[in-house]
Design a protein around this ligand. Structure first.
Ligand SMILES: [Zn+2]
Ligand SMILES: [Zn+2]
Length: 80
């Protein structure tokens, strides 16, 4: 049976897996709030996020999750 105006089986491309650099709002260790404009946030290359106290004081700038180097997270300034 054929329909004159059958809805096409459109295939949408879901190949897009571009994970945006997602800013995490808390330190993963102590859960201290780390808003986008926080200047005491550090991240590793896998985007694990820690406050400066944990990153420098506890982990000696080595990510406890993946072993990567923790570097200061760029500050996203809130406009307006
Ligand atoms: Zn912390
Ligand atoms: Zn990490």
């Amino acid at each position: 049976m054929q329909y004159g105006n059958a809805p096409g089986t459109q295939t949408f491309c879901f190949g897009y897996t571009g994970a945006m650099l997602e800013m995490k709002p808390n330190c993963e260790n102590c859960l201290q709030a780390l808003p986008p404009d926080a200047t005491n946030a550090l991240i590793c290359s896998y985007e694990c996020t820690f406050c400066h106290d944990c990153a420098a004081g506890k982990f000696e700038l080595v990510c406890p999750n993946c072993g990567g180097e923790l570097v200061p997270r760029p500050v996203r300034r809130v406009k307006g």
